[in-house]
Design a binder for this molecule. Structure first.
Ligand code: C2E
Ligand code: CA
Ligand code: CA
Length: 353
């Protein structure tokens, strides 16, 4: 049996050898395949990286001109901004040069008698009777036509020219008082706006005294409208001057009341006759209840101080009715009349008779 089996066992043994050999061969093939795969992956990775590098370089090259353009644009913008700043500077210089020129124009206008006074009536709330007029300066420019005070009063104030303009308006007011009295027999009270600079100018009181003496105008026909701002510099001397003006027999009113330096402590010491409620309060009082409250309280304040209270800038019947309900004494505004030339105002005077 042993002999019979031996060849089979030998065959089995060599079969085992053959299998072992095949397995080794297969492991070798597998390793080779793995190495080939890794090599392929490396090659792919390198190729991709190269591609990415190429793409990036391509992009960079493509973008370079855009970048340069952007830088150039930035430069251009910087230049434009510089130019604008320069233009702005030149503009401002030219503007102040123009203001200089118009200052000369104002002085020339005064010398050439291009100023006229317009007059706006004030009426008693209850009776509707004419109580007086406010003289308002107008510049009748030969080429530009009517120039409103807002266009020249601030500049005149700043430069001091207002003193000369104000003097002229006072003289014009006195002249008109005499003319109207002669023409209609009526004593018209004319209110004149006195700028803070004019009020503080040396010789203001002396000029008024001289004016009253030479024109023989009844001082109670002349009313001075001053603003609270005259108190800012030196309240004590302002109060002293007001006393002297009142002693002359002039009427005194605080204009634009409520917009400035409203010190109630000083107000009680002002020897004045009248409070003018600023038109900015009157304008909105029917719509804004707080503004209405201010107007109503101001009327009460004025009355407790023994003052006459007038509202300016009255444009509507609604405003008139509200003011009437609050016992405001006088009103002035477009509802009654716009400021008009003297010749037109005299027609109104004739109607009154
Ligand atoms: P102000 O003294 O408050 O004069 C009232 C202004 O309101 C005037 O403007 C008048 O025309 C305007 N006004 C009157 N009623 C109404 C109204 O119902 N509605 C509206 N929207 N406005 C009305 P104007 O004549 O342009 O004067 C403006 C300012 O110029 C005056 O304000 C005054 O501060 C100043 N001013 C005018 N003339 C002189 C002057 O001779 N000397 C001085 N120092 N200032 C003057
Ligand atoms: Ca006024
Ligand atoms: Ca006013």
């Amino acid at each position: 049996l042993e002999d019979a089996v031996r060849p089979a066992a030998q065959q089995l043994g060599s079969l085992g050898e053959a299998v072992k050999g095949t397995a080794g061969h297969m492991a070798g093939m597998e390793k080779q395949a793995r190495e080939q795969q890794a090599a392929a992956e490396r090659a792919l990775h390198e190729a991709t990286s190269q591609l990415q590098r190429d793409a990036a370089r391509g992009l960079e090259e493509a973008l370079r001109p855009a970048g340069q353009q952007l830088a150039a644009l930035g430069e251009a913008m910087k230049n434009a901004i510089n130019q604008m700043a320069q233009l702005d500077r030149t503009g401002r210089e030219q503007q102040s040069a123009a203001q200089q020129a118009s200052l000369e124009d104002i002085a020339q206008a005064l010398a050439r008698n291009e100023f006229v006074a317009f007059f706006q009536p004030k009426i008693a709330m209850q009776s509707g009777q004419l109580k007086g007029v406010e003289a308002l300066a107008r510049w009748l420019h030969p080429a530009l036509g009517e120039i409103p005070p807002a266009r020249f009063i601030p500049l005149a104030e700043e430069s001091g020219l207002i003193v000369a303009i104000g003097k002229w308006v006072l003289e014009e007011a006195c002249r008109q008082i005499s003319v109207w009295q002669a023409e209609t027999g009526q004593r018209v009270v004319v209110a004149v706006n006195i700028s803070p600079r004019q009020f503080a100018a040396p010789g203001f009181l002396a000029h008024l005294e001289e004016l009253l003496a030479t024109t023989h105008v009844d001082p109670s026909c002349l009313e001075l409208e001053i603003t609270e701002s005259v108190m800012v510099e030196d309240a004590e001397s302002a109060i002293a001057l007001l006393h002297r003006l009142r002693a002359l027999g002039l009427k005194l009113a605080i204009d634009d009341f409520g917009t400035g330096y409203s010190s109630l402590a000083y107000l009680s010491r002002f020897p004045i006759h009248k409070l003018k409620i600023d038109q900015s309060f009157v304008r909105n009082m029917h719509a804004v209840s707080e503004q209405g409250a201010i107007v109503q309280a101001t009327i009460g304040l004025g009355h407790s101080l023994g003052l006459t209270v007038i509202a300016e800038g009255v444009e509507s019947e609604t405003q008139r009715a509200m003011l009437s309900g609050w016992r405001c004494d006088e009103i002035q505004g477009y509802l009654i009349s716009k400021p008009v030339p003297a010749e037109q105002f005299v027609l109104l005077l004739h109607e009154q008779v």
